[in-house]
Design a protein around this ligand. Structure first.
Ligand SMILES: [Zn+2]
Ligand SMILES: [Zn+2]
Length: 712
């Protein structure tokens, strides 16, 4: 049952009914009825007459066996009760019943006494096939009343019709591209792997613009030809119209989309048509991994390095790693695609667990951007400003040439900190240990952790002075203001999640950029992924150091990936493009690798560092996060966990320490970090620790994060 229970319950099967592993049923639980999945566990030893019967067997195909194995694996790996993982699969109540049939009509062979041209057109179409009355009327170009009149005259029989498929089937040979010899060779290798029909993980490693998508589309086409289903995972932010259009252009139809903007009703229909095998391709965000494909043949994880694949609420899992796990259970191929693969995937490829396929050159004549660092110590901006003279000059030249510039700053809002110039009061969130970020456009101070906000005051709440609040540091809105002052004639667009009101608005703004109706783009992370800007030839990174510091073992990797992705937006047509990185640490290995255009140097350096420090993937990490509304309780339980943790060879437990985000949404937080050797059974160690430790007092929560990506 989809509840936080560690094991299944036993029920009696009513006479003359049948179920199998994966069947979806309804069962009584206490006084309620809940949905459950039939498993192949040993039943509990309970006298049969004491068992309550299954109340209903849904008219729904059973969940495929590979999905059943996958649910168990995810539960074991993430230390989540199996029922909670199953809930990911079952969050579609209405999909468990078949879709409602439509009222259809079919011609019964009778003839009419009186024929009109309109009736003749209707009959000509009705001779072959089954129709809905409105569908027939529309196809014949007549009003619905013509068809209903004919219905009354008894020349049609009523039949139930299944609702139409949500998406038209994609055609594998609709519009295959012309490949370069290198691409063609990789396509061939992928097809060979697919034809061997066993589990394999392929790392498609190619710089931005090298045609990775076109290449994996061939794998999709190959599996479509064999009648298999395909799942394409994308970071939610990259699931744009641009991707859907590319898919449409290649296959003549759209994939089914699965992400947070899809309505619950639509999700239910997609789920049902996926399990019935009527939908062949789903392009979705991480939760699409739990869809009940009946005949899954391939999983593609695009932008496999993207940190948004890690879910860090309810239960913690990494969708890329779990995609590989599902591929293994389904015995199919998994393609991981990235311009800047994660260190984990690079190492897996080096050690032979993944097969690495490299696309070195850009598609067509486009070259990589020429990247330089702007040393902010030598050429600082004017006081109170953030654009350095070399960046301003480059932007002027770009405009003169009729091309676009992009300024990147991964910080929403106007300023990251607001303080009172008179008394020094800083605005902080009452629910979290974080500053309130000024969002000038919306006129509010906002907490980026819990969403708390209030109107930006004119008077300091501490000393009462009027109009003496000063913003410290830049956010994208402040950069936009500075650009507007510096280039009053330029057409600007700011792309930031809180300024872009809707998917539709984002679509329009991206179109304006593509059509050249914009001179300067200012954006956060939102611009870094998946978009193709044909007129863009200059990328300026306002603060390349942001993200380089901090205690996060993945800080350097993330910075490198983000900087590569952002600068890779430029120069995707045949114009030379430039990237300028504003930095105070020009000698940092990440900045150096960017300037040298030497991604290999970065990977060699970073992998050696991880190996030396036994950090993932050379060692294993897990985090325990203890939280409570009462600080003392959280700290006490964190200490208990440490105290009762068993001794184990090759595994250390560190902490507890107050979390860097010590207070979020009114909860105090403490963290413990478990560090183990590569082959250590960190899950077992955690299970032993949790069961040895006395149960927490009420109000204390423990979150378990295997392979943590965030250390806050
Ligand atoms: Zn003050
Ligand atoms: Zn907050």
């Amino acid at each position: 049952v989809p509840l936080p229970e560690p094991r299944p319950f036993s029920y009696a099967l009513p006479k003359d009914t049948q179920v199998k592993t994966g069947s979806i049923v309804q069962v009584p639980l206490g006084s309620r009825q809940v949905v459950g999945i039939v498993t192949d566990d040993e039943p509990e030893k309970i006298a049969p007459q004491r068992l309550r019967p299954i109340t209903r067997i849904f008219d729904c195909p059973a969940l495929p066996q590979e999905l059943m194995r996958f649910i168990r694996f995810v539960a074991d790996y993430t230390l989540t009760p199996t029922g909670l993982v199953a809930r990911q699969v079952l969050r579609v109540p209405a999909a468990l019943d078949p879709e409602e049939m439509l009222e259809g009509i079919v011609w019964n062979g009778r003839h009419l006494n009186k024929m009109t041209p309109a009736r003749a057109r209707v009959l000509a179409l009705a001779r072959d096939g089954q129709w809905t009355p409105s569908g027939l009327a529309a196809a014949a170009g007549v009003s619905t009343s013509v068809v209903t009149t004919l219905q009354k005259q008894g020349i049609f029989d009523a039949i139930p019709l299944p609702p139409p498929a949500l998406v038209t089937p994609p055609e594998p040979n609709f519009s295959p591209p012309q490949f370069t010899p290198v691409q063609a060779r990789i396509v061939d290798e992928i097809k060979k792997e697919l034809d061997s029909r066993h589990f394999t993980t392929l790392l498609l490693d190619g710089i931005t613009g090298s045609g990775k998508t076109e290449v994996y589309f061939e794998a999709v086409a190959h599996m479509l030809e064999q009648g298999r289903q395909i799942l394409i995972l994308l970071p939610e932010i990259a699931l744009t119209q641009q991707f859907i259009s590319r898919f449409h252009a290649r296959f003549g139809a759209k994939p089914a989309e699965w992400h947070s903007d899809i309505s619950p009703r639509q999700r239910e229909r997609i789920w049902r048509q996926v399990i019935e095998g009527r939908i062949q391709v789903v392009a979705g965000a991480r939760s699409a991994l739990f869809l009940p494909f009946s005949n899954l043949g391939l999983i593609v994880v695009d932008e496999e390095h993207d940190s948004s694949y890690k879910q860090e609420e309810k239960f913690f899992y990494h969708a890329r790693d779990m995609a590989v796990a599902r591929g293994s259970r389904a015995n199919i191929a998994v393609i991981l695609s990235s311009a800047t693969p994660s260190i984990e995937s690079q190492v897996n490829a080096r050690q032979g667990r993944y097969r690495r396929l490299v696309l070195k050159n850009r598609f067509g004549s486009a070259g990589l951007p020429y990247i330089t660092a702007v040393d902010m110590r030598k050429t600082p901006p004017e006081p109170g400003k953030f654009l350095s003279p070399p960046l301003i000059k480059a932007m002027e030249e770009t405009r003169k040439n009729g091309q676009q510039s992009l300024l990147f700053l991964n910080r929403r809002g106007f300023a990251p900190l607001t303080l009172c110039r008179v008394c020094g009061h800083r605005f902080s969130c009452p629910n979290c240990s974080s500053w309130l970020i000024e969002h000038r456009f919306r006129g509010i101070l906002l907490c980026h952790h819990c969403g708390y906000h209030k109107p930006t005051p004119e008077v300091c709440p501490a000393c009462g002075t009027l109009d003496h609040l000063v913003p410290c540091g830049p956010g994208v809105e402040r950069i936009a203001e500075e650009v507007q002052e510096t280039f009053p004639q330029a057409r600007l667009v700011v792309l930031s999640t809180d300024l872009v009101g809707s998917v539709k608005q984002l679509r329009l703004e991206l179109e304006a950029i593509t059509n050249g109706a914009v001179d300067i783009i200012i954006g956060t992370q939102l611009v870094a992924k998946g978009h193709h800007f044909p007129h863009l030839t200059l990328v300026g990174v306002i603060d390349a150091d942001l993200g380089l510091t901090g205690g996060d073992p993945r800080a350097a990797e993330r910075s490198f990936q983000l900087l590569s992705q952002v600068t890779g937006r430029a120069g995707r047509e045949d114009k030379q493009a430039f990237g300028l990185l504003q930095t105070y640490q020009a000698e940092h290995p990440v900045i150096q690798a960017m300037i040298a255009g030497d991604r290999q140097a970065f990977y060699v350096h970073e992998i050696a560092l991880r190996q030396r420090e036994q950090m993932p993937p050379f060692g294993r990490l897990a985090a325990l996060i203890v939280s409570s509304e009462k600080r003392a309780q959280a700290e006490h339980h964190a200490r208990l966990l440490r105290q009762f943790a068993p001794k184990a060879q090759g595994i250390n437990i560190l902490g507890p320490a107050e979390a860097p985000l010590a207070f979020i949404r009114n909860h105090y937080r403490f963290r413990l970090l478990v560090h183990g050797q590569r082959n250590s059974d960190i899950q077992n160690y955690l299970r032993a620790t949790l069961s040895a430790t006395p149960a927490p007092t009420s109000g204390v929560k423990i979150a378990i994060d295997i392979d943590p990506q965030s250390f806050l």
